[in-house]
Structures are given as structure tokens and as C-alpha cells.
Design a protein around this ligand. Structure first.
Ligand SMILES: NC(=O)c1ccc[n+]([C@@H]2O[C@H](COP(=O)([O-])OP(=O)(O)OC[C@H]3O[C@@H](n4cnc5c(N)ncnc54)[C@H](O)[C@@H]3O)[C@@H](O)[C@H]2O)c1
Length: 386
């Protein structure tokens, strides 16, 4: 009989993230068998009964619900996993915190800074364990970048730059609102690429390089009106289709960020580069098992960018997987986040990023939108704890 401490999960939302998280819980049990705590897939919730039943069968959930409130009301749920669109995060999280449940919430934490602040206050007041799924931190190459930066190998940091480029909304026929295109509806999403894509870049950037102090941004909405699937009417588009911003970090370095859904040819080109006094690092989601590294102290005749394949057991997370030279994928970042969350239950440490950390990212997002709207520099008021 298992002596593990069971954490009974109630997962809400069965779309893309519902699948990645469910896969994460299942695989974590296989690949991190020594952890003291283990997930039990107790309930899954989505609004369509037939679909949620199918999902439960496919991923191994014991029961279903069609109203998220029922998940929170259940005594046999310890942790609520929020995988629904952004406009539902606050309401679900506030109810879950009030019920004393642990909360794993998808990013961005909320649509607005005000919502995010209320949610953070609620989990802190309730004293419930919380984390936000900024999963790119748990890509082994990105985690290794953090270790290299923290070791001081880069020296003083001068530049941080990141892009997140897509191309799926270029056609004016793509509608806004509804199940598949809620990201284009400002009421559901809160913002466009800023909250959806740049939030990832901002979280990783502050994790690697510290707090962002102030920002100057420009946004554009290339297609001003689209049919709304809710009303069937042509309506004004309220989201940012593209966003560029530059910033100062607390450590004195400069940041440059770009995101768009209008970069023809790019599906999800998340890239980051950091330039220090002694060395530089770059990473690309399309080649996510590699970290590129340039070290100026190398002998000059062989000095150049190294392309490091991150598959060895002494590189982050990799001893869990296969053999050196064999790669892993996108889904593993979620397995790692699940494992880190369950490990943190044993150690009592926070599982970063917490709601507090995600609130700092939300502050940057809000300052970015505010800066673009007012065509002026904005302070972020970020208090980065690391
Ligand atoms: N961490 C990441 O890399 C990443 C990637 C994609 C999405 N996300 C975030 O995850 C969240 C979900 O995104 P997605 O791509 O999975 O969306 P999705 O549209 O694929 O799935 C959303 C799910 O929520 C369900 N849903 C919507 N309203 C509901 C309600 N009131 N009650 C119960 N279920 C409801 C839908 O039926 C659907 O199953 C968003 O906040 C998004 O920003 C994060």
C-alpha cells in the first residue's frame, strides 16, 4: 500500500492547458516517484457534460463536474487547478482561497492589475499554497540559463531582449470571442499579446535578470473590427495585436521586448538573449533543448557561440528522463512544474512563481498598456523578490 500523501486535484477547463496539466500529473507520478506527495485526479470540470466525461476517461479523472463552483464546494478536493480563460481566473481563485484550497492558476494571473492584487491578497490572507503556470522557467535550457547567470559567469548584465512571435490572427475573418477565439475578446482576455505572450517573456526576464523598473511601449491593433461570436455582430477589437516595449531593469540593464500575432511564418517563436560583460546566452523555443552560450574568456582562436544540447544528467531535470543525446519537449515543462509543486509541499517552500510573483508580472503588463495608451514612460512599481 502507498504511504504517499495524496493531494486530490480538481481541474477546471479541458482545453490546451487542461491537457498539458493532466499529462503533467500523470507523468510526474512515473518520473518523480520518490516525492512524498502525489496527485490524485479526483475531478475535472468543463461546461459540456459529454465532452468533460470523455476528457475524464481519457486522462483518468475519477469524477466530473459541469460547474466550477461544485468543484470548490467538494470536501474531497485539496487543490484547484485553473485552466480556463483569463476572465474566470479571479472569480475561481477567490472562491477557492475562501474554501481553503491550494490553487494552481494559469497565466496571466488575471485580466487586470486590480484583479491580480485582489487574488494575491486573498491567497495570502487564506494562507493557501499557490503557484502560477509560467512554465517556461522549467524548460531545462532556461533553468540552466538561470544557474549560469546566478553563478556570475556573465558579469554585469547590459542587455536583455525577448520576442514572442505568432501569425494566427492575420486574416480579418478570424472572429473574436467564443470558445476558440476568446483571446481576441478584450473582456475575456484582458489584453492581447501583452497578457498572453509578453507575460511569459516578462516572467522569465525578471526571474533571470531581476525586476523591471519602468517601461515605454507601443501597441497596435491592426484589424480594428471583427465579428464577435457571442453577439454575431461586427464589433470593435479591444486587444493589442502587437506590442513593443523597452525598459530599465533594477540592475541597470536595458530590456527590449516584442510580441505580435502578425509575424507571418512564426507559430510560437519565443526567443530570449542576455548579454553580459563576460558572456552571453540565447535560447529559442523552436530549438528548446539547446542553449547557446558565448564566453569571452575562451581562447580567441576558438572563441564563438557554443550550441549546448541540454540532455545530460547533470543538467536541470534531465536525470529524470532518457539518456544523454535524447531530447524532451514542451509538455515536460509542465511535468517539471507539477513535480516542483509537489516537492514544495514536502519542503514547505513556496512554489515559484507564486501569485505574488505573477502579480509583479501583471504590474509590468499594466504599465506597458498604460504607457502605450498615454505615449509616455511608466514606472512599474515592481517589488521583485527573486
Ligand atoms: N502556460 C502556458 O504556456 C499557457 C498556454 C496556453 C494557455 N495558457 C493559459 O491557460 C488558460 C486556458 O487557456 P487554453 O489555451 O487552455 O484555453 P482553451 O480555450 O483551450 O480551454 C479553455 C477551457 O476552459 C473551459 N471553460 C471556459 N469557461 C469555463 C467556465 N466558466 N467553467 C468551466 N470551464 C470553462 C472551456 O470549455 C475549455 O475547456 C488561459 O488563461 C491561458 O492564458 C497558458
Amino acid at each position: 500500500m502507498s504511504t504517499k500523501k495524496e493531494i486530490r486535484i480538481g481541474l477546471i477547463g479541458t482545453g490546451l492547458m487542461g491537457r498539458t496539466h493532466s499529462n503533467g500529473y500523470n507523468r510526474m507520478r512515473n518520473f518523480f516517484p520518490e516525492l512524498e506527495y502525489t496527485p490524485v485526479l479526483k475531478a475535472v470540470c468543463s461546461r459540456n457534460e459529454e465532452k468533460v466525461r470523455k476528457f475524464a476517461d481519457q486522462w483518468g479523472y475519477e469524477s466530473i463536474e459541469t460547474d466550477w463552483r461544485a468543484v470548490i464546494a467538494r470536501d474531497d478536493i485539496d487543490a484547484v487547478d485553473i485552466c480556463t480563460p483569463n476572465n474566470t481566473h479571479a472569480e475561481i481563485a477567490l472562491a477557492a482561497a475562501a474554501a481553503g484550497k491550494m490553487i494552481l492558476c494559469e497565466k496571466p494571473l488575471a485580466r487586470t492589475l486590480e484583479e491580480a492584487q485582489t487574488m494575491t491578497d486573498a491567497v495570502e490572507k487564506a494562507g493557501v499554497k499557490n503557484t502560477v503556470w509560467y512554465n517556461y522557467r522549467r524548460v531545462p535550457a532556461v533553468t540552466l540559463a538561470k544557474q549560469i547567470i546566478d553563478s556570475g559567469k556573465l558579469g554585469r548584465i547590459f542587455h536583455y531582449r525577448a520576442n514572442f512571435l505568432q501569425d494566427w490572427t492575420i486574416s480579418p475573418d478570424v472572429p473574436q470571442g467564443g470558445d476558440a477565439t476568446w483571446r481576441l475578446d478584450v473582456d475575456a482576455a484582458g489584453s492581447g499579446v501583452t497578457g498572453d505572450l509578453l507575460a511569459h517573456c516578462i516572467d522569465t526576464a525578471m526571474w533571470l535578470n531581476g525586476g523591471i523598473k519602468d517601461v515605454s511601449a507601443v501597441t497596435e491593433t491592426f484589424i480594428k473590427e471583427r465579428v464577435h461570436q457571442g453577439t454575431g455582430e461586427v464589433q470593435k477589437v479591444g486587444i493589442d495585436d502587437a506590442c513593443l516595449f523597452h525598459c530599465h531593469f533594477d540592475n541597470g540593464s536595458l530590456g527590449l521586448f516584442e510580441s505580435t500575432r502578425y509575424a507571418r511564418g512564426h507559430k510560437a517563436l519565443y526567443t530570449l538573449e542576455i548579454n553580459g560583460e563576460h558572456a552571453s546566452i540565447r535560447w529559442d523555443l523552436h530549438d528548446m533543448n539547446r542553449l547557446e552560450y558565448f564566453d569571452h574568456s575562451d581562447e580567441s582562436i576558438v572563441r564563438g557561440w557554443r550550441s549546448i544540447l541540454i540532455t545530460d544528467a547533470d543538467q536541470p531535470y534531465m536525470k529524470r528522463w532518457w539518456i544523454p543525446g535524447t531530447i524532451i519537449g514542451y509538455e515536460h515543462s509542465f511535468v517539471h512544474q507539477v513535480a516542483d509543486f509537489f516537492e514544495s509541499l514536502g519542503t514547505g517552500e513556496p512554489c515559484n512563481p507564486t501569485f505574488y510573483d505573477a502579480l509583479q508580472t501583471q504590474k509590468v503588463c499594466e504599465a506597458v498598456i498604460d504607457s502605450a495608451n498615454t505615449r509616455s514612460w511608466k514606472d512599474t512599481d515592481v517589488q521583485w523578490k527573486g
